[in-house]
Each structure stands twice: as C-alpha cells, then as structure tokens.
Write a protein that binds this ligand. Structure first.
Ligand SMILES: NC(=O)c1ccc[n+]([C@@H]2O[C@H](COP(=O)([O-])OP(=O)(O)OC[C@H]3O[C@@H](n4cnc5c(N)ncnc54)[C@H](OP(=O)(O)O)[C@@H]3O)[C@@H](O)[C@H]2O)c1
Length: 295
C-alpha cells in the first residue's frame, strides 16, 4: 500500500512518516515540491505516485496569524484539502484528513465532552477554516476519514511543551504565566500516528475524534511537564482573556473518542501516561536545547 503524505515535515506528519513507514510505502513531497493550493501540482503528484491513500497533515496552523491572514488560511486550509479530496475522487483513493477541536465553540461545561455529531460552531478564523475543510472533504472524497484532534505535542514541531521550556529556560526565567481556563487533552503525535495506522489497517471510514484519554487545563499540563523534568519554575495562573491573544480559543476542547471506541479501534491512552513516556524519552534533550537557546 502506498501513501501520499502532505505536511510530512510538520509535527504530526513527521511522526506519521516514521510510524506508517514501518508498514507502508510513504511518498512525502515537501511544500516546495507540492503546494496543496495548486490543483495542477496535486493532480501531477497523484498521477505520478498513484497512491492508495492521501494523508493530509498539511495546514496553516498558527491560530493567531490565521486571524490576520484570511487569504492564506482559506487557500491552505480549505482550498488545499478540497484539491486533495477532488483529486482523491478522480484517482480513486482514500483520503485521510486531520481536523481540529477548534471546530467547536467550547461552550459546553467541562467535563462534558464534544462528540463527533455535535454541531460545529467555530469562534476563530482557524476553526472556521478547519470546519470548511471538513465540508470540502466530505463533499468531494467518496472514501474519507476525518480525524479531529487537539493539543498536539511531539518532538518535531512547535508546540506547548517546547514553547514553555523555551520561554523559561532560554531566558533563565523562574516564573511563567499559564492559562487555567482552557480544558483539553494533551495528545502525543506519535500516539495519534499509531491511531491513524489502526484506522488504515481496519479500513475505517467516517469522522472520528482522536485525543488522549482524560483531560486537564493548560496550567496542569505545564505543571506536569516541569514536575516530571524536575525544573523549579513557579507558575502563575491567568485567563485567556488576560493573555490577550489575537484569536479566540474554545474554553472546552475535550473530545470523546466515541466512534473509535464503538468500533473497537481506540488506541489512545491517558494523557499523563503518554506525556511521561515522551518526557522520559526526549525531556533531557529538550531541556539541554532550550538552555542552549537552540530549541
Ligand atoms: N498542533 C495542534 O495542536 C493541532 C491541534 C488540532 C489539529 N491539528 C491539525 O493537525 C494537522 C497537523 O498539525 P501540525 O501541528 O503537525 O502542523 P505543523 O507542524 O504546523 O505542520 C504543517 C505542515 O504543513 C505544511 N504545509 C503548510 N502549508 C502547505 C501547503 N500550502 N502545501 C503543502 N504543505 C503545506 C508545512 O510545510 P513546511 O514545514 O514546509 O512549512 C508543515 O510541514 C493540521 O491539520 C492541524 O490543523 C493540530
């Protein structure tokens, strides 16, 4: 089986390349070789590679920048997936597309989770684009898997774990402000790649939620990281409103993996278990790099 992977240099894409590469043939062109906003390039690649599956991990993921760059966000996050979905239909392959917890408004009271069939109601430009990407995939790809996930961290890209280490250790800061009014499930990209492998091997189709089990707020997430790495950083709780980011973010990002469980496909585990494994494997290296200013 052959997979055409888009976004293979990104945080999730890199882990997918590694995990799925153990079983499948992966072709992962870089953005400069295959920009998904170009219909011609997409068709050219599908013709040349003839994949069984198109796996789209490519996206414009800077949530705050998306508020200002409305043209780019539409192009990359909506027209790109539409090109891939229409191309998948033409070349008769399955499309797997990654979506986000930010398609919801987060108004449910935690710990009530969001389910796959809850109404999407995004409150940011990024969330809006991910919702429209889902519609584009559903309307155009006859065989599709949409995976909604959230709070991703991993060894390869920019993420919360890296940024809290960078912000404190590089500047020898002893305190850090972290929001305590956003709840979600920190999810390791490697675990999500294993979940994608499971969905492929069982030939599943449809829209699935896939985040780690359990939940916490950002403050607890940061606290867990610093405690595990034995770093003495004192945390100051703050609200998202006080932090003053450009994009609004949902307060409740808890997703229930209901369909994965119903179909016996859920390989996601408790967030703390995966975070401990990740930090055990990569924590010392990340701390060293952060202190050296090279993270
Ligand atoms: N990060 C999270 O917490 C999170 C949460 C929920 C959902 N998601 C979704 O999960 C997926 C993966 O996210 P991630 O955090 O791994 O993303 P990421 O690290 O930002 O990687 C995105 C990748 O997309 C590529 N890309 C951007 N524009 C492209 C274009 N026009 N054509 C081709 N490739 C393009 C980038 O290429 P370059 O490296 O060359 O720029 C990069 O490799 C995305 O769909 C995202 O919306 C992420």
């Amino acid at each position: 089986m052959k997979i055409l992977l888009l976004g293979g240099r990104g945080m999730l894409g890199s882990d997918c390349k590694e995990v799925l590469g153990e079983e499948y043939e992966i072709v992962a062109p870089e953005k400069k070789e295959l920009d998904i906003i170009s219909w011609d390039k997409v068709i050219e690649a599908l013709q040349a590679v003839k994949p069984d599956i198109v796996l789209n991990c490519a996206a414009f993921t800077d949530v705050d920048a998306c508020e200002k760059e409305s043209f780019k966000v539409r192009k990359v996050n909506v027209e790109g997936p539409r090109n891939l979905a229409q191309g998948s239909a033409r070349f008769n392959c399955k499309m797997i597309h990654i979506s986000s917890d930010y398609v919801f408004d987060g108004r449910k009271i935690p710990p009530q989770p969001y389910f796959e069939d809850d109404t999407m109601s995004p409150i940011s430009s990024y969330g809006q684009s991910k919702m429209e990407s889902e519609v584009a995939v559903k309307e155009n790809a006859p065989n599709y898997v949409i995976i909604r996930t959230g709070w991703l961290y991993g060894i390869h890209g920019n993420n919360f774990v890296r940024s809290i280490l960078k912000n404190t250790l590089r500047n020898k800061k002893k305190t850090l402000k972290v929001v305590d009014d956003q709840m979600g499930s920190p999810t390791w990209t490697r675990r999500l790649a294993l979940q994608i492998r499971e969905l492929i091997s069982k030939d599943a189709l449809g829209t699935f939620h896939a985040t780690a089990e359990g939940y916490c707020n950002r403050y607890r997430f940061a606290e867990h990281v610093f405690r595990k790495l034995k770093l003495k950083i004192s945390l100051q709780p703050c609200t998202m409103e006080k932090l003053g980011q450009s994009a609004k973010r949902p307060k409740n990002c808890i997703l229930e993996n209901r369909l994965l469980k119903k179909q016996g496909l859920n390989v996601m585990v408790d967030w703390q278990k995966d975070l401990d494994t990740f930090l055990g494997q990569f924590g010392d290296g990340l701390v060293k790099k952060a202190r050296a200013g090279s993270l």
